[in-house]
Design a protein around this ligand. Structure first.
Ligand SMILES: Nc1nc2c(ncn2[C@@H]2O[C@H](COP(=O)(O)OP(=O)(O)O)[C@@H](O)[C@H]2O)c(=O)[nH]1
Ligand SMILES: [Mg+2]
Length: 394
């Protein structure tokens, strides 16, 4: 693997030399696919964070493969997104609490809810369009009153979260200390706040990294229905841009925690069923015959929380539970059951004999993701060496 990003000077007719950078000869190209909010963009943010904290092993490059020294350059732009995310989740909770018919125990609490709704408007999806989208100290205090009202409407609504869609960062941003931090006039998001914030990806972006001497180019695209409709088009132009020496992989992300989340348009299916069906479509695509597949089963933390909160899992996954492995923790058993369901779906496709690397992930956990990235890098290298497609490292 050549170390090929050394800038080279090229003189043009006596003018000052132009710095040119050579594209690496061998690049592992990953195309991130998965439903909206599966955690795809979080992978990119973790890579950026690792470039900041571990520059010895991680480096980010721009499109021309020139090193980027400040991977999270637009930190201040995230301030507004964090404010919007926070106001969005509390608005959804107040509205759902009203829909479920929960009453506040005092007029003061009811007024807090009314004031927040008056400020945010009644459409959580358009909060970002309002001129003054900020969590002021006054709003933060009102949110805190509702959030800490134990067994009150908001807490009871949170217990029914599988019945509606709400951000997985709700607990993170509504945490009392975090609320205070956010409402401070000088607040600038930390890298972890950025990792937790949701800014829906629109269109496509390419990110270039060096990870333990292997060059990666990661292709991220929006997961919303509009972008999803453009997927075949995006995939074929991505494939056309393959150069000799490149190796293509689909990194497919599904959220384990979607196992009991009803699909908003098809109430007879869960979001996980939908995700499995979409993976099958990809595995059957002839164009992707030469691409490797990596599967990340993400949101392990939320999955674990849900397993302890309700007893849906054994009923929904009875067929896939290994009764003999009762010594394993419920989390391990449940993960295995979801993986078996995926394996069954894969075996129904034309790629049934291929190796599909599967990892259980928690994309917001930097330490875990660092270990996972290292393991995935090794899986990829071993796979390519086994196939005779790559020369082992010296
Ligand atoms: N708790 C938790 N939140 C996650 C995890 N992965 C992603 N998220 C959050 O889920 C939201 C959506 O993630 P994002 O990467 O934007 O999803 P994308 O639509 O697939 O790109 C963000 O708020 C993330 O912080 C995870 O493993 N656990
Ligand atoms: Mg995204």
């Amino acid at each position: 693997m050549g170390n090929c990003c050394e800038p080279q000077e090229k003189e043009v007719d006596g003018e000052a030399p132009i710095k040119t950078v050579k594209r690496p000869q061998e690049i592992v190209r990953l195309f991130l696919i998965g439903s909206g909010e599966a955690g795809k963009s979080t992978i990119i943010k973790q890579m950026q964070k690792l470039c900041e904290i571990n520059p010895k092993d991680y480096q980010m490059y721009n499109e021309e493969w020139q090193p980027i020294s400040d991977p999270i350059a637009n930190r201040r732009d995230w301030t507004k997104i964090v404010h919007q995310n926070t106001l969005r989740v509390i608005t959804i909770l107040i509205q759902k609490a009203a829909e479920f018919g929960y009453e506040y125990s005092s007029a003061e609490l009811k007024r807090c809810a009314d004031d927040i709704l008056e400020f945010c408007g009644d459409d959580p999806d358009t909060i970002h369009l309002r001129a003054n989208t900020r969590v002021t100290p006054d709003l933060a205090a009102k949110i805190e009153r509702l959030w800490t009202d134990s067994d009150g409407p908001i807490s009871r609504t949170m217990q029914r979260r599988k019945e509606f869609v709400i951000s997985d960062s709700t607990n993170y941003f509504l945490n009392v200390e975090k609320l205070h931090e956010i409402s401070h006039a000088n607040y600038v998001p930390s890298t972890d706040d950025i990792i937790r914030a949701r800014d829906p990806t629109v269109d496509i972006h390419d990110y270039n990294f060096l990870l333990h001497r292997v060059h990666f180019s990661i292709h991220d695209m929006g997961g919303q229905p509009v972008e999803q409709a453009k997927l075949p088009q995006f995939l074929s132009s991505w494939l056309q841009n393959t150069r000799p020496g490149d190796r293509n992989f689909i990194l497919y992300m599904a959220a384990l925690s979607d196992y009991n989340q009803m699909h908003p348009k098809h109430p007879d299916r869960t979001r996980l069923d939908e995700s499995i069906a979409r993976l099958q479509v990809l595995l059957n695509m002839r164009e992707l015959e030469r691409c490797g597949f990596i599967l990340f089963l993400n949101k392990r933390d939320i999955f674990e929380q849900k397993l302890t909160d309700d007893n849906d899992f054994s009923r929904l996954f009875e067929k896939y539970m290994d009764k003999k492995s009762s010594k394993k923790s419920l989390l391990n058993q449940a993960e295995k059951a979801v993986a078996s369901k995926f394996a069954e779906a894969v075996s129904e496709t034309r790629r049934l004999n291929d190796t599909l690397y599967c990892r259980f992930t928690c994309a917001v956990d930097t330490q875990m993701m660092e270990a996972i990235f290292g393991a995935v890098r090794n899986d990829i290298i071993h796979d390519l060496i086994r196939q005779g497609n790559w020369v082992p490292f010296p």
